[in-house]
Design a protein around this ligand. Structure first.
Ligand SMILES: C[S@@+](CC[C@H](N)C(=O)[O-])C[C@H]1O[C@@H](n2cnc3c(N)ncnc32)[C@H](O)[C@@H]1O
Length: 217
């Protein structure tokens, strides 16, 4: 685990599908660094919030087996076009992860959909499609996803979560701390990598990779 990573905003912009500004938070270089650090060839890498497929595309290119779950059909289509037929790209809801994915998984690398505690009626876990968003419910449901991640990981397998604290006008939601706390209810917290952007992404305070491990026994 590196204490920090230097990231280029221009790389993120170039790698995002055109018109997409919110849903891709990390670069291929970041995914490469984590996958090289935490896996070997042939290992199984899972992204329960696959998005546009950065984790899956990079892991596959590095000779890992990949499985991802994504709620939105248009994102699923994009990831399928970006990966080979061997990649398992499942159209479904991560809240039912254990019914969709078969373990043992060696590494989970993911970035969940974000939420703030203020002015945020949209529900992140329905793809922002419904206005029943509620921060405690969101955290509880994310906790249940990571409880399922813990059952799918092999003993000693790692979960690496990209999450930031979120700035809304003059208010900061400590999302990274809250997600760290709920994931640590299911997996052992190992530490964090601070993401140093050359141009800091708007709307974010500190941006992190939080590292967890399933205990060996
Ligand atoms: C922050 S993005 C992930 C971006 C991804 N790391 C990438 O580089 O493309 C979060 C993704 O989670 C998806 N999502 C939201 N709720 C979900 C759910 N309940 N189950 C599965 N995916 C979900 C969103 O549609 C979005 O694509």
């Amino acid at each position: 685990m590196k204490p920090y990573l230097l990231l280029r905003a221009a790389e993120l912009t170039a790698q995002r599908p055109s018109g997409e500004v919110d849903d891709v938070h990390f670069t291929e270089a970041l995914a490469e660094s984590v996958i090289a650090d935490a896996t070997v060839e042939g290992d199984l890498v899972l992204d329960p919030f696959a998005g546009y497929g950065t984790t899956l595309a990079v892991a596959e290119r590095m000779g890992r087996r990949v499985v991802g779950v994504e709620l939105l059909a248009e994102h699923v289509e994009h990831v399928r076009a970006r990966t080979s037929g061997r990649a398992q790209v499942l159209h479904g809801d991560a809240r039912r992860l254990a019914e969709l994915v078969e373990g043992p998984v060696d590494l989970v690398l993911t970035s969940p959909p974000y939420m703030s505690t203020v002015r945020h009626p949209e529900n992140p876990l329905t793809g922002y499609a419904t206005d029943d968003g509620d921060y405690p419910t969101y955290l509880r449901e994310l906790g249940s996803v990571f409880a399922q991640v813990a059952t799918l990981l092999r003993p000693g397998g790692q979960a690496v979560v990209n999450v930031a604290n979120v700035v809304t006008d003059d208010h900061v939601t400590p999302l990274a701390w809250d997600v760290g706390r709920i994931v640590a209810e299911h997996l052992t917290f190992l530490g964090e990598t601070f993401l140093c952007w050359d141009e800091h992404p708007p709307g974010l305070a500190g941006d992190y990779l939080l590292w967890f491990r399933r205990p060996e026994r």
